[in-house]
Design a binder for this molecule. Structure first.
Ligand code: UDP
Ligand code: MG
Length: 320
């Protein structure tokens, strides 16, 4: 019997879990021809999420949970899930029911037909502010135009991944993660399925604009080094213009002499060039920061508890 794992990263989801769990039970009981595993990752919740998970685990052995030692963010929480799931394939869903479990049978159908990465594509984005929608579309445009891989719009983490994809993703241990980019990077046979994204059933979205902005920067810097090239190109263009301007100033001085003048030009040039230099340094800094973080070579996450067992030796069971 094939085994299907469902991975659910949870951050402060005590209110959503009692609504999500019955839906998942309905799904699992409706498909007894598969073995099922629910893998909840408690990503440092401050509310009763862990108690809720323990309560579910006590009555249903299909429920598994990983309790991380603090909030590591959704990307890392998912990596922990990749490490612990045991299924032949895995479906990743949000805990807030924005990803309808009723779509999962369709994902599985395509998997059975030989697709390795069946991803759900939103027809609509659910309730979101106008600004967030705009910014997010702009972000995808920038990302797409700066990289070789296809970046899919309106596609999130809601997808089914075959074991071969899970193992490939497990090999990618960078700590600043942009998993959406990794799905395209690993390749494999992909298939899209459309769905209507609903609104969050309970609780609040864990993202604010500051986090989204830093996620966008992470996305770009971990996906492509194009910004470094941009600063090279800008530097080149500016030097060229400066050279032409130099010739102009030189000839002007030869022909008309040079009574001291041009204070505004000087100020503008200094500020403009200074700005570009700082910007380029900032871009380089982003990448160096990332290199610094990766060279520390820390484990990506720390588990406090796995299925009622306190974890003492991190990653011991994960030799694969
Ligand atoms: N999440 C998480 N860690 C975090 C933030 C979010 O595990 O630090 C989970 C959250 O519990 C949910 C999913 O990631 O299951 C999506 O989060 P959310 O609904 O807040 O994001 P949105 O749908 O607004 O993009
Ligand atoms: Mg949500």
């Amino acid at each position: 019997m094939k085994k299907i794992s469902i991975l659910i990263p949870c951050h402060n989801e005590e209110k959503s879990l009692p609504l999500l769990y019955p839906e998942l039970v309905k799904l699992m009981d409706g498909h007894p021809d598969y073995e099922w595993e629910l893998m909840f990752v408690n990503d440092g919740s401050k509310d009763g999420t862990l108690q809720e998970l323990k309560r579910l685990r006590a009555t249903d052995q299909r429920v598994n949970y990983i309790d991380l030692s603090r909030n590591f963010g959704k990307e890392v929480a998912m990596l922990a899930g990749f490490d612990y799931v045991t299924g032949d394939c895995m479906v990743i869903i949000d805990a807030d029911l924005q990803h309808p479990p009723t779509l999962i049978p369709e994902l599985i159908r395509w998997w059975e037909q030989g697709y390795d990465d069946v991803y759900a594509k939103r027809k609509t984005r659910g309730k979101e502010s106008w600004l967030r929608k705009r910014l997010s579309l702009r972000f995808y445009k920038i990302l797409q135009s700066s990289s070789r891989f296809e970046v899919l719009q309106n596609v999130g983490d809601f997808r089914l991944l075959d074991r071969c994809c899970i193992n490939a993703l497990r090999k990618m241990r960078e700590s600043e993660r942009y998993t959406k980019g990794m799905y395209s990077w690993i390749g494999f046979k992909k298939k899209d399925v459309e769905f209507e994204q609903g609104d969050r059933v309970a609780g609040e979205s864990s993202w604010n604009y500051r986090q989204l902005f830093s996620f966008a920067i992470d996305g770009i810097t971990s996906f492509t080094s194009a910004p470094l090239r941009i600063s090279t190109v800008v530097g080149f263009v500016v030097s060229l213009l400066a050279f032409l301007y130099m010739i102009y100033v030189f000839i002007k001085a030869l022909i008309w002499g040079d009574p001291v003048q041009g204070y505004p030009t000087l100020v503008i040039l200094i500020l403009f060039l200074g700005g570009i230099q700082l910007l380029s340094l900032g871009i380089i800094g982003e990448y160096i920061g990332r290199i610094y973080n990766e060279t520390k070579n820390r484990p990506d996450y720390i588990v406090r508890e796995f299925n009622d067992d306190k974890v003492v030796n991190q990653l011991e069971k994960l030799k694969d």
